[in-house]
Design a binder for this molecule. Sequence first.
Ligand code: SAM
Ligand code: FES
Length: 345
Amino acid sequence: MTDIVEKLYMTGDLSDNELKALIETDDEAAAKLLRERADEVRRKSYGKKVFLRGLIEVSSYCKNDCLYCGIRRSNKDADRYRLSREQIMSCAESGYELGFRTFVMQGGEDSAFTDDFMCGVISELREKYPDCAITLSLGERSFESYKRMKDAGADRYLLRHEAADGELYKKLHPAEMSLENRKNCLFQLRELGYQVGAGFMVGAPYQTTDSLIADLRFLQELKPQMIGIGPFVPHHCTPFADENGGTLGLTLRLLGILRLMFPKVLLPATTALGTIAPNGRELGLQTGCNVVMPNLSPVNVRKKYDLYDNKICTGEEAAECRMCLQRRIEAAGYEVAVERGDCVI
Ligand code: SAM
Ligand code: FES
């Protein structure tokens, strides 16, 4: 199995059969070599740098009904909130003081977040923080909407494709959502000049090794600047409440594979990874990750952005979160970079 890792390291690609073997292996020597090679490749482009993204969870209202997600519209127990423009600006202000140079506004698909509202927020951020990157993660919108927000000053857009295997996509989403539209949105964002992030959950219900290979092949086609993956974690108020979550081992294997397939991509060690294992994010950093996304949302709403059970970092002030992560990053052998952290592609 270690020769497959070496082939991936040397060539950046594998056949489907080789990928299948590597994704499914429990060989410890292969896992160790994958981690070492992934770390070597990330250091070639990014050294020890880890980029911080200040995550502002702007709304927990969502018109969608994704079966895995705790803030899906059918969850009548969800305690909903949306931030005002003033609250978003105040999160950014404290974030800037803490050294964040990227703000990520993420939320459910909330019709109150009209193009006019979003463009107002984006323009104000752009004017106040010209040295910062503005990232959006607001789900599927029209081409016109993406264009207006880009023109207002947004730089990046995160939209996980969720599942490139059409059959799996249908099992994870309600009938009114389509993989075709999701993919179209990603290609439109790219056409508009956004730095684009796609990705998927690891260990989602009904996911197979073949569906994971389809995800990797789709990413090769899209060539995104950012790839977000994290384990699926069940939420007790969703149809998947009793399903198993994704494992640490499989998530780390996929992170290592992604780093070797996409040597320069921005790859976050996600909160979900830190949720399933106390040192999950540190292990992610040691397996090719170069981004972390600490929470800048006001403390009184954090528990309400309740995507999955036992989500970490819901009780800390932004400053505490920032310092905690800095300690973790340094203990893992890396350093925090106070800069926008654009992709070097
Ligand atoms: N509405 C935007 C969108 O659709 O991209 C952004 C918010 S959405 C909640 C952000 C991501 O959370 C999704 O892309 C999904 O992969 C992830 N997510 C949702 N529920 C999850 C769960 N139960 N476990 C792990 N990740 C989850
Ligand atoms: Fe948020 Fe530690 S990373 S409290």
